[in-house]
Design a protein around this ligand. Structure first.
Ligand SMILES: NC(=O)c1ccc[n+]([C@@H]2O[C@H](COP(=O)([O-])OP(=O)(O)OC[C@H]3O[C@@H](n4cnc5c(N)ncnc54)[C@H](OP(=O)(O)O)[C@@H]3O)[C@@H](O)[C@H]2O)c1
Length: 288
């Protein structure tokens, strides 16, 4: 199959591109600032023209799209709301419209941030409430994908990936590995929950959903963990020197725009096991 991945040089996009390519699918990408040398790619600045995809990509032979490109820095989105709505919302509308014009499926990657984090255990049917511009811009993006019959929305939280790109921020996994290497203590919230996965689970799920034409909204999650307990598990699986210490989710500007109990549940997909996810990541990284 021919898969178009927007944001191919982002953490998730790059990892998905590698997985699909390793399974002999043809990968085509779009990038903006980080030039992609690994796959045939097009430079498209989604901030410039909302109908760019139709113009630049109209002749591309593509079976489905995975839309990864986004403003993902929550603080930046809060400081520059217009930018986050342009990229996360308006550009998503344009890419959905491109998918519609080709009558092909589109997968949109979304986030646990669409919930207020008051209770956790959110399913696909739980009411959303955005605490930040990032979350709201992603929710608006979701609405365009939802309105398309071949749209798939995947909500998740990443813990780390097989390939880690230096120009992007550290994942929790890489942060802990780095802290162990430099023997620096780090503080992880023991009262903030999440249910993280890696890009491998996203890849597997996309393959299955596209093959079975199962469109709609899905939560991709592991069982509930605190950030601290997940950190301890990372140390155990990766056999790292202990550096993580428990801390409390603060009450300040940081926490105001982030959900506290943001672990997801799913009505449609089984939960993944975090220890297995980490063991897979460790063995996949060892092969690199
Ligand atoms: N990171 C998380 O914690 C998280 C959690 C849940 C869901 N998600 C979702 O998963 C998706 C992928 O996340 P990620 O972690 O891979 O993000 P990332 O590493 O921050 O990558 C973001 C990508 O968006 C592209 N992009 C940003 N501005 C652009 C613009 N003006 N024009 C074109 N492309 C632009 C970047 O391209 P260049 O680098 O080439 O400029 C980059 O490839 C996003 O939709 C995100 O909302 C992420």
């Amino acid at each position: 199959m021919n898969v178009l991945i927007t944001g191919i040089m982002g953490q998730v996009g790059f990892n998905l591109a590698n997985f699909f390519s390793e399974q002999s699918h043809n990968v085509i990408g779009t990038y903006n600032q980080q030039v992609c040398l690994n796959f045939p790619s097009h430079k498209i600045d989604l901030n410039k023209l909302t109908d760019t995809p139709r113009n630049s990509l109209k002749d591309i032979d593509v079976d489905f799209i995975i839309h990864c490109a986004a403003i993902t820095d929550v603080n930046l989105a809060q400081k520059k709301p217009n930018l986050s709505y342009k990229i996360n919302t308006d550009a998503t509308q344009a890419i959905v419209s491109f998918a519609k014009s080709k009558n092909i499926p589109i997968v949109y990657l979304s986030t646990d941030f669409v919930f207020n984090g008051f209770s956790g255990n959110y399913t696909e049917n739980s009411p959303t409430e955005a605490l930040s511009h990032y979350a709201l811009s992603k929710l608006y993006g979701e609405s365009f994908v939802k309105s398309y019959q071949k749209g798939i929305i995947l909500r998740f939280t990443p813990i780390g990936h097989v390939n880690s790109l230096n120009h992007q921020g550290h994942s929790l996994l890489d942060w802990i590995i780095q802290s162990a290497l430099h023997q620096q203590k780090i503080q992880l919230f023991r009262d903030k929950t999440f249910s993280p996965i890696s890009s491998y689970e996203i890849f597997q799920t996309i393959l299955k959903l596209i093959k079975n034409q199962q469109y709609g909204l899905y939560h991709l999650a592991s069982q509930e963990n605190s950030i601290y307990s997940a950190g301890k598990l990372i140390q155990e699986v990766f056999q790292l020197k202990p550096t993580v210490e428990p801390s409390i989710f603060p009450q300040n500007d940081y926490s105001k725009i982030r959900p506290k109990y943001s672990h997801l549940n799913s009505k449609y997909l089984p939960l993944f096991d975090l220890k297995t996810i980490l063991k897979n990541l460790k063995s996949q990284r060892a092969l690199k």
